[in-house]
Ligand binder design. Structure first.
Ligand code: ZN
Length: 409
């Protein structure tokens, strides 16, 4: 038996007036998702436990069968894993964004840009090298990632600072969270030194001259220690792979003990290499039990607020991922169980994630049960749960259902 989880990131949405009160998923042409759904089971999965922020990290951790309440420590250690950094128990990883800040005379600090104009890796790596040279200590070390996304590794104890994600404050005041770092002398010194180094750096001088946002500050958030996750092999005896363009997902996969397949041309948007992902998924299942395929594009379209792109991204997920993988598995002659779902909703009207439970298809190639005979949508997922009086599943239960380890049917 082979097991597959196919995830369209942020696919879920709300009914929209311009779609005659349908959601983008309902309006999109999704013949494969609908056929799998009709022949399979449909139920809701709560990927974001109560009280947790609806991040892709928490949501995909759930979809991999882990309870965030037990295993989620923060976003940064997952990204650190994807960058090849292995945390010791004494270390804490912080996400270190290159940002553009504006300081007003009355001590007001404003987040102009959480990405310093999506600074290139070529530029940001030189800046990180300068910060490592000027600010590193026994406590702090910088590690360069992609574009504006880097890691600050912290040795030993660190103060509780209630850090906030900079993308939640674009164009807004960040005076209070900025002051929280400065309440601790060692951290105040680090940030002020970093700011002084960045201000005069030739890269920023050039960026300003070219009319681009300078990387004139760092923003530290998403901190966490190494998560103590058992691998899927340890929990379920499963070998498997994860396919995604996104570092966060790769970090989750590494911590779950999965092989990470880097597909060339996987961009995280509409121009991603869909065919490459399909081939890699089918290929990996020749020698392994499980594959997790993640497609970022619907979420990106949601953040951009583009209805057209979101529908395109959903149709691409259906026809370029779900369809070819389903047909490829049929051709292989292997029995398989397949989940198709999303990690969370990214409603176009909000342009950010919400905590709604997500509709989830479970298809079994042996067709051991009659199908639910409804198409795939947010609304039909809810209706099915009501009709069957289902208790809403969590990620752990989702994995147990996929693997047929769930005791209650
Ligand atoms: Zn997501």
């Amino acid at each position: 038996m082979k097991y597959l989880i196919l995830v369209g990131d942020g696919m879920g949405d709300l009914p929209m007036a311009e779609l005659n009160n349908r959601t983008p998923l309902e309006a999109a042409d999704t013949p494969f998702l609908d056929a799998l759904c009709r022949q399979g089971e449909l139920f809701l999965t709560r990927t974001i436990p109560e009280g947790y922020p609806p991040g892709s990290d928490v949501a995909n951790l759930s979809l991999l069968g882990y309870r965030p309440e037990k295993y989620y420590t923060g976003r940064a250690p997952l990204e650190a894993a994807a960058m090849g950094l292995r945390l010791t128990p004494e270390q804490t990883a912080f996400r270190c964004n290159m940002v553009t800040l504006a300081h007003a005379s009355d001590n007001e600090v404003r987040m102009i840009d959480h990405s310093a104009g999506h600074i290139s890796s070529e530029e940001s790596h030189q800046l990180i090298a300068a910060l490592e040279e000027g600010c590193a200590s026994d406590t702090f070390h910088f590690h360069a990632g992609v574009s504006y996304r880097h890691i600050l590794m912290v040795e030993g104890k660190y103060p509780q600072m209630n850090t906030v994600p900079p993308h939640d404050f674009i164009g807004k005041e960040v005076t209070i969270p900025w002051a929280r770092y400065h309440a601790h002398p060692q951290w105040a010194t680090l940030l002020d030194k970093a700011q002084a180094i960045l201000a005069d750096h030739p890269i920023n001088v050039h960026r300003v001259a070219a009319g681009k946002n300078p990387a004139n500050g760092i923003w530290l958030w998403g901190e966490g220690k190494l998560p103590a996750m058992p691998t899927l092999m340890q929990s379920f005896g499963l070998s498997g792979s994860l396919i995604s363009a996104v570092d966060l997902l790769k970090g989750l996969g590494i911590n779950a003990g999965l092989s990470i397949i880097n597909v060339p041309g996987a961009t995280g948007y509409l121009d991603t290499n869909y065919a490459g992902k399909v081939l890699a998924a089918l290929e990996s299942l020749r020698s392994q039990d499980f594959v997790f395929v993640h497609v970022e594009a619907p979420d990106e379209a949601g953040h951009q607020g583009s209805l057209q792109d979101k529908i395109q991204a959903i149709e691409d997920f259906d026809q370029k991922i779900v369809g070819p993988i389903f047909l490829g598995m049929q051709d292989s002659g292997e029995e398989f169980r397949l989940i198709a779902t999303m990690d969370h909703f990214t409603p176009l009207c909000l342009r950010t994630h919400t905590v709604s439970a997500v509709p989830t298809i479970l298809y079994d190639s042996r067709k051991t049960k009659p199908g639910c005979n409804v198409p795939f949508s947010e609304r039909s997922g809810e209706a099915e749960d009501k009709r069957l009086h289902n208790e809403i599943a969590n990620g752990e239960l989702l994995m147990e259902k996929l693997l047929e380890r769930h005791k209650h049917g």
